[in-house]
Design a binder for this molecule. Structure first.
Ligand SMILES: C[S@@+](CC[C@H](N)C(=O)[O-])C[C@H]1O[C@@H](n2cnc3c(N)ncnc32)[C@H](O)[C@@H]1O
Length: 488
């Protein structure tokens, strides 16, 4: 079968060699003697054999790839390499429960577009082979990676191992909770290693599992980078953490989580690290959900079928793009008809309102927030949340959400596949340290005196850079204060 024209449908994103090596090193380290020489290793969506290519000749390797051209390339990487369907195919010497280890970076996305490539009578054959499709009304929108997870489990012998590269959505989306719980009932999660930047369009993680019955299971090791952008050292530090009892290396941090705790929960390391950081802080400081201070929470109007048109002397609308690092960039504001559909009274801003980009990797993903300092009527766009606070200084809330603690809480909600989003419930649940109001007001004063005057002249690059430096200094000082301070 040649699928040369279907590269997109088949989600052909190949594993870079360094990541493939990390996948194999991770599962071998965790499995120890259980994955010794002679073990049988299979990749049911093998591409050109990137994962099998690092396994080494001491093992018996098998690859399956639906695209004949890729399979041809992969043949030299494995002892056996079939052109065929890794989900439904019946292939010689590929029997269920016979492999010591399954490696896979399966295709991600909806099953629907792939169905025509899987042959006749595909729906009923899929329904017969996959438990996860039981009761699924919308087979076409079912995520194909989940089927490959079930296929991996079918191929693995009891007490055998799986090392799977999966999209963050599999680990983080509430809609995939039933699949995670289904898997957890059949396998133990030994490690989840965030793989930031390994693939261009989607955040992924390596999930290492061992097929086993529940109970008496060791803890899962969840690993994520320490900083925002990991360097080349990250993979090395992941290896170090997997192979020792250390909890932290300069570039990577490990958290051990019990298998039971993973049940009905997310599995992504960032989420757990965010929770752990909040818990550590809660041991020293009183934390309050932001919701307790919110007296008004809304977003701009969503007007179906009508894009806002600029009118001279209209009411300005603050959109995501107007939220710069150091405050609102009011120069290119679109103005709409006053009191029209794009200017409802409920989302008119007031001085002191905290504005948050609620969607998108470039906005929410970058934690874009600002406090409105204007005095004229203005409104917000549909992707901007307006948060009106009482009893909490909005500048302090802004700076707190820019600290690592705030960022990680937001990131924990905002990840997954597709556009990141944060809901009203999630905004209300963000935990804020209740610091003395004199301290909060001091931060506002510092911003107004040191940052705002430069922010207003930010069209000059050097001035903008200095404003950003001063802004970061405020956030950095707050971070230090939070590190050392204990509630009376
Ligand atoms: C994300 S790529 C990864 C390839 C390879 N494992 C790697 O790590 O570089 C997924 C591969 O699965 C193949 N594929 C998609 N559906 C398949 C199926 N039903 N059976 C076998 N291979 C399939 C695609 O053609 C693609 O090469």
């Amino acid at each position: 079968m040649s699928n040369g024209g279907n590269a997109k449908i088949l989600a052909q994103h190949f594993t870079p060699p360094a990541v493939a090596q990390l996948v194999w090193d991770a599962v071998r380290t965790l499995a120890g003697k259980e994955l010794g020489a002679g073990a049988r290793v299979i990749d049911p969506a093998a591409g050109a054999g990137a994962l099998l290519g690092v396994v080494g000749r001491a093992y018996q390797t098998t690859g399956i790839e639906i695209d004949a051209g890729l399979a041809e390339q992969g043949r030299s990487q494995a002892d056996r390499f079939y052109t065929g369907d890794g989900l439904l195919g019946t292939l010689p010497e590929v029997a269920d429960e016979t492999f010591d280890c399954v490696l896979a970076n399966p295709p991600f996305g909806k099953l629907g577009p792939m169905l025509p490539l899987l042959g006749a009578d595909v729906s009923s054959r899929l329904a017969q082979r996959f438990e996860l499709l039981d009761g699924q009304k919308q087979m076409r929108s079912f995520p194909v990676e989940s089927l490959f997870v079930e296929r991996a489990l079918q191929l693995t012998r009891p007490a055998g191992w799986m090392a799977l590269i999966l999209p963050e959505g599999f680990l983080a989306n509430a809609r995939r909770q039933d699949v995670r719980d289904w898997l957890l009932a059949r396998a133990e999660v030994r490690a989840v290693v965030a793989l930031p930047g390994a693939f261009n369009k989607v955040q992924t993680a390596l999930v290492v599992l061992r097929r086993s019955k529940p109970l008496t299971r060791p803890k899962a090791r969840l690993i994520a980078p320490v900083g925002k952008r990991p360097s080349e050292q990250y993979a090395q530090h992941v290896r170090l953490l997997l192979g020792s009892s250390a909890r932290r290396a300069p570039e990577a941090a490990l958290l051990s989580v019990g298998q039971r705790a993973l049940c009905a929960q997310r599995w992504d390391p960032r989420f757990w690290q965010g929770r752990a950081a909040v818990r550590r802080l809660a041991g020293r400081l009183r934390l309050v959900p932001l919701g307790e201070y919110i007296c008004h929470l809304t977003y701009g109007p969503i007007v179906t079928g009508s894009r806002p048109q600029h009118v001279e002397a209209g009411v300005p609308v603050i959109r995501q793009g107007n939220i710069a690092e150091t405050g609102l960039d009011e120069r290119p504001l679109l103005c709409v008809v006053p009191a029209g559909a794009h200017d409802p009274p409920r989302s008119r801003v007031r001085p002191g309102d905290l504005l948050l980009s609620r969607s998108g990797a470039g906005a929410l993903g970058r934690n874009r927030l600002a406090v409105y300092l204007g005095s004229k009527p203005a409104n917000v766009g549909c992707f901007v949340d307006l948060i009106r606070l009482e009893g909490l200084n909005p500048f302090y809330a802004w700076f707190f959400l820019k600290t690592r603690l705030g960022r990680e809480q937001i990131a924990a909600y905002a990840n997954g596949v597709g556009t990141p989003n944060i809901s009203f419930g999630e905004i209300r649940a963000l935990q804020i340290a209740a610091l003395p109001s004199t301290y909060q007001d001091g931060l506002e004063r510092r911003y107004r005196e040191q940052v705002w005057p430069l922010h207003c002249r930010r069209e000059r690059a050097d001035i903008r850079a200095e404003a950003e430096r001063r802004f970061r200094a405020i956030v950095g000082d707050l971070e230090d204060y939070l590190q050392t301070r204990t509630s009376a």
